[in-house]
Design a protein around this ligand. Structure first.
Ligand code: ADP
Ligand code: MG
Length: 239
C-alpha cells in the first residue's frame, strides 16, 4: 500500500506538484491520467526518490519514504519503470533483468527465487526469452518497453510504478502491454499506472486520479471516472 499525502515537489524554484494526495491500496491498480505536462512523471520521480520532495509524506508499507534516496526506496520494494524505457542498452537482456534483482542478490532485500522469477518474466514476455543474449540497445521499442517493465518486476516489488508503458508503440503492442498489465493485476500486483491512453488505463484500473497543472482535480472509482462527462470530454476523446 502506497499513500501519498500533500506532496509538494518540483525542479529547483519551479514547483510542479502543489500538494497532491493519492492512495494505492494493496493489490489494486490506480490510474493517474492527465494532459502532457500535468506532472505525472514528476509524481513518479518524487515517489521513487529521483526527485527530492519539498514537503508532504509518502508512506510505503507503513513507513515514510519521503526524502530517502532512490536506492533506499528500491530496497524497500518500490519499483519504477520510467518514461522512455530506460534500459542498459550496452548490456544483454539477461543482465538487465538481473540488475533489476540487484537488491535481492546483494542481501539488501529478501532473495526469494530469482531464477524462478526470471522464468516467470520469460513467460510473461516471451519476446525477451528469445532475445535474452541480445544487447538491450538492439531491441525494438516495444521490446525495450517490455524489458523495462520486466526489470522493474525483478525487484519483486511491493508496488510497481509504470510511466507510459505504451508510449510510442504500435497499436498491436499497446494491446499486448495492456494484456500484461491485466495479468499482473490478476496476480495481485499493486500498481500506479500513468498512461496517455486514459480510457484503456481506466479500464484495467480499480481507481483513477485526474491531474491538472500539478493538482489532483478529481478522483474516484475507475468506472465512475470513465462515465463522468467532464472526464470524458477532457481526456477520453468524448467517447
Ligand atoms: N527536469 C525538469 N526541469 C524543469 N522542469 C521540468 C523538468 N521535467 C519536467 N518539467 C516540467 O514539469 C512539468 C510537469 O512535467 P511532467 O511531470 O513531465 O508531466 P507529464 O508527465 O504529466 O507529462 C512541466 O511543466 C515540465 O515542463
Ligand atoms: Mg510524463
Amino acid at each position: 500500500m502506497l499513500i501519498i499525502d500533500n506532496l509538494v515537489a518540483g525542479y529547483g524554484k519551479v514547483k510542479v506538484l502543489h500538494g497532491i494526495s493519492i492512495m494505492v491500496p494493496e493489490g489494486k491498480v490506480v490510474a493517474l491520467i492527465g494532459s502532457n505536462g500535468a506532472g505525472k512523471t514528476t509524481t513518479l520521480r518524487a515517489l521513487s526518490g529521483m526527485l527530492k520532495p519539498e514537503s508532504g509524506s509518502i508512506t510505503l508499507g507503513g513507513k515514510d519514504i519521503a526524502g530517502l534516496t532512490s536506492h533506499e526506496i528500491t530496497r524497500m520494494g518500490l519499483a519504477h519503470s520510467p518514461e522512455g524505457r530506460r534500459v542498459f542498452s550496452t548490456l544483454p537482456v539477461m543482465d538487465n533483468l538481473l540488475l533489476g534483482a540487484f537488491p535481492r542478490l546483494t542481501g539488501s532485500r529478501h532473495k526469494g527465487d530469482v531464477d524462478g522469477d526470471i522464468n516467470r518474466m520469460f513467460e510473461l514476455f516471451p519476446r525477451l526469452k528469445e532475445r535474452r543474449t541480445q544487447l538491450a540497445g538492439t531491441l525494438s521499442g516495444g521490446e525495450q518497453q517490455m524489458l523495462a517493465m520486466a526489470r522493474a518486476l525483478m525487484l519483486n516489488p511491493e508496488v510497481l510504478l509504470l510511466d507510459e508503458p505504451s508510449m510510442g508503440l504500435s497499436p498491436r503492442l499497446v494491446e499486448e502491454i495492456f494484456v500484461i498489465i491485466e495479468r499482473l493485476k490478476k496476480a495481485n500486483m499493486t500498481m500506479l499506472l500513468v498512461e496517455q491512453f486514459a480510457a484503456a488505463a481506466l479500464e484495467v484500473s480499480d481507481f483513477g486520479y485526474v491531474m491538472e497543472n500539478g493538482h489532483i482535480r478529481t478522483s474516484g472509482e475507475a468506472r465512475a471516472l470513465k462515465n463522468d462527462p467532464a472526464v470524458q470530454a477532457a481526456y477520453l476523446g468524448g467517447h
